[in-house]
Design a binder for this molecule. Structure first.
Ligand code: ADP
Ligand code: MG
Length: 729
């Protein structure tokens, strides 16, 4: 009996008690990194010589030598066995969402009839998982199923339970990237090279530029029993139907509100586990929507930060269950309620410690600040469509462009101080920047208040906002692998900086003094980047028109947005920076379209089932009750009076019929639309068909289901309602 199930699970959810968490006796600083083979452990488990070589690999990108691999593997094995580990796995990030792993035991035959714990360097350096079922976009056909995985020594191995986790890259037999890590690492290398060259114009001491990422992860928690009673949540991660709750977020009383006990215990639990795994978690709070929360660590080097985010998402999902919750990472689990994002705070820093986007003390520092800010904007402007593609997915599409952060148009908010600064540099007359003497260059750039970092004005509607010493890319989806956005942004910045450097070099070769050359190019670029700067309200209808006038990419259809990866400008960018080849880009797009199609297909199937098997039967039953009632009234009262008494019921009976027929007819149409789309050969065309013909029906049918929810007897309604999903802790 469906109606009983809903009330039963609601009751169960209401009564669920907080789950106690054992808090370690040590302080967080003491158990931080307990299960990570970090430098401290390396020092203990490796010889002095091997330790030194490993530090060179990690800090300076020296090649990971097969000659030391065996020694490192032995050290790792010892450490792992000391911690009760029996298995190991290469842990990688395939082009699906999430991570993949294949577990093997340490044991080998000892050739004397027994077993011995063994783990050789070659297992660290390279494995050949039969990975034919991971998406490859046709690069690796199934008969050539070999893919290689190899340890990424810049991301330390760690332990979960009885398993040693080895972060690895994943490439095809022919060397193409089948994961996110390979192109990310290449992009980080490219931005390091390009940014270091530009930095050296200002300070020849700079040897290395690091890219930082501080992600903020938003998520929802839903009681496990209620979740289980919603097949749509279980199968698709979002509710495909559900009428607004009378109260949702209109009171704004959830943001930064006090955290309920059950949730607080969950947070404490994931934080302890995160710290033990070396993830420097710091911030936790309620988000805008009911049952929505956020977690953020301190920023880290980008490759490590990405691994940590992937790991964090899996910890969150696992630990949620222990607390009787399900953790929803979908970008839009509930219609009409804010979705979840993953703000990516991005910055570059040098080995001399200066954050490139932070204003400095000297005039030259300020010129550096202006240079990096303007070239970042140039990267974002030149590739605004591509950057949108890098964060686009079937699920994130629901969040962008809805009346919440941010619209499906990439622009950048700078705030008043920086905007004024750019105006000044652009408009000041040539004499403001002159060679005052042969040795001193006069730079009329006003000092930038250091306070900026703490008090930059905020604009929540901007997808790419300057926030003091970093840019915050807010359009990234909560479920996404940050690497997709980060590798695209960093490649674009690397390209802009490379071009910048060559333009400055050309001017210098023609006799311009260095500062004058830099300034000339910067001033040109300030003019050029105007269209990407937008300090106004990104939610407004007016902005969409203005953005189109400015030539920014305003496309909203996900499958068409993916096309931007294959623009000649994008391919040139990725190829010139040695990040990805045309073949890789083409293959990855096949996967994007295919994934898009599959997601909508699954949603549409489960939605059809829910309509026909859950909603319609209950609604028909309720309608029969009303019809019975009308019959009985007819029996008892004279016709005219009976008509009068039954007037409201007759209206409802009719209304139910109208909604029902709309639903039944259109579920049929939706099935036909799917069939037609499935016959299409090209992945791109198929995804477009799903977007144009199947997805809209999900919305239009839903309207009628949600109406019925407000009509039918509450006790009879089969699925947990929004007010139950969102307000039970
Ligand atoms: P808010 O919610 O106000 O944007 P939070 O403190 O929640 O700020 O999160 C900010 C994130 O940005 C944190 O992960 C923080 O470590 C990170 N961050 C701070 N400074 C930088 C920087 N220079 N580069 C990259 N990330 C940074
Ligand atoms: Mg933020």
């Amino acid at each position: 009996m469906a109606e009983k199930l809903r009330l039963k699970v609601v009751d169960e959810a209401f009564k669920r008690q907080p789950v106690e968490v054992t808090v370690p006796k040590e302080r967080p600083s003491e158990y931080f990194g307990k299960y990570v083979f970090n430098k401290q452990k390396m020092y203990k488990y490796l010889s002095a010589d091997v330790y030194k070589k490993m530090c060179d690999v990690i800090d300076n990108g020296a090649p990971f030598d097969r000659a030391i691999a065996d020694a490192v593997a032995e050290g790792i094995k010892q450490w792992a066995i000391d911690n009760g580990v029996t298995h190991y796995t290469h842990w990688f990030q395939p082009l699906t969402e999430g991570t993949a792993e294949k577990h093997d035991g340490f044991v080998e035959h000892d050739q004397k009839g027994g077993m011995v714990e063994q783990f050789e360097g070659k297992l660290l350096v390279q494995q050949e998982p039969d990975a034919s079922s991971f998406p490859s976009g046709g690069i690796r056909s199934t008969f050539e199923a070999r893919g290689y995985s190899a340890w990424d020594p810049t991301s330390p191995v760690f332990i979960i339970g009885d398993t040693l986790m080895i972060p690895t890259i994943f490439i095809s037999f022919t060397g193409e990237a089948l994961d996110y890590k390979v192109p990310l690492k290449k992009a980080l290398y490219a931005v390091d090279k390009a940014a270091t060259a530009v930095c050296q114009l200002f300070n020849p001491e700079v040897k290395k530029v690091q890219c930082n990422l501080g992600w903020e992860q938003e998520y929802f928690l839903v009681d496990e029993a209620l979740y289980a009673a919603r097949p749509d949540l279980v199968m698709t991660g979002r509710t495909l139907m559900g009428h607004d709750s009378a109260k949702n977020q209109q009171m704004d009383d959830h943001y930064f509100g006090s955290i309920p006990a059950r949730v607080e215990n969950f947070m404490r639990d994931i934080e302890i586990q995160a710290l033990e795994l070396g993830i420097p978690v710091k911030t936790r709070h309620n988000e805008v929507a009911p049952n929505q929360f956020e977690l953020a660590p301190i920023f880290e080097e980008t490759n490590l930060a990405v691994d940590h985010n992937m790991l964090m998402m899996s910890i969150m999902k696992r630990v949620a269950r222990k607390h009787g919750f399900r953790c929803l990472l979908h970008e839009k689990p509930f219609k009409g309620i804010n979705g979840s994002g993953k703000h990516n705070n991005w910055s570059l820093s040098t080995d001399t410690g200066i954050l490139l986007h932070a204003p400095g003390k000297t005039l030259l520092d300020n010129l550096r600040f202006v240079t990096f800010t303007v070239e970042t904007l140039k990267a974002v402007l030149d590739h605004n469509g591509l950057l949108k593609a890098s964060i686009m997915s079937a699920s994130n599409a629901h969040r962008l462009g809805a009346n919440e952060a941010p619209p499906a148009i990439i622009s950048s908010f700078l705030g008043k101080t920086v905007s004024d600064l750019l105006d000044h540099v652009e408009q000041a007359d040539e004499n403001a920047f002159s060679m005052a003497s042969k040795t001193a260059f006069k730079l009329d750039i006003p000092a930038i208040p250091e306070l900026l970092i703490d008090n930059t004005d905020r604009n929540r509607t901007s997808p790419f906002a300057f926030t003091g010493n970093r840019f915050e890319f807010r359009a990234v989806g909560s479920e996404a692998n940050c690497a997709s956005a980060m590798l695209t942004l960093n490649t674009a910045v690397a390209e802009a900086l490379t071009l910048f450097k060559s333009r400055v070099d050309a001017l210098m070769a023609a006799g311009e003094p260095k500062e004058a050359a830099i300034l000339k190019v910067v001033r040109e670029d300030i003019k050029y980047v105007r269209p990407i700067i937008f300090n106004g309200n990104g939610y407004g209808e007016a902005w969409k028109q203005e953005a189109a006038r400015r030539g920014l990419d305003c496309e909203t259809s996900a499958p068409l947005i993916f096309d931007r990866y294959l623009d000649e400008a994008s391919i040139r960018m990725f190829e010139s920076q040695n990040v990805m080849t045309r073949l890789e880009l083409e293959a990855r797009n096949e996967i994007k379209w295919e994934t898009y199609t599959k997601k909508i297909q699954i949603e549409s199937r489960i939605f059809g089932d829910l309509c026909l098997n859950h909603i319609i039967p209950v609604v028909t039953q309720y309608q029969s009750v009303l019809i019975d009632n009308v019959h009985k009234v007819m029996e008892i009262f004279p016709a005219e009076q009976a008509q009068k008494i039954s007037r409201e019921n007759l209206v409802i009976i009719e209304r139910i019929s109208e909604h029902e027929s709309f639903i039944i007819e259109n579920v049929e149409r939706m099935i036909e639309a799917r069939k037609a789309a499935n016959r299409i050969e090209s992945e791109r065309e198929k995804a477009i068909a799903y977007h144009d013909t199947v997805a809209p029906l999900l919305e239009s049918i839903r309207y009628h289901v949600d109406k019925l929810e407000t009509i039918v007897d509450d006790e009879a309604w089969p699925l947990p309602k929004y007010r139950e999903l969102l307000f039970i802790r």
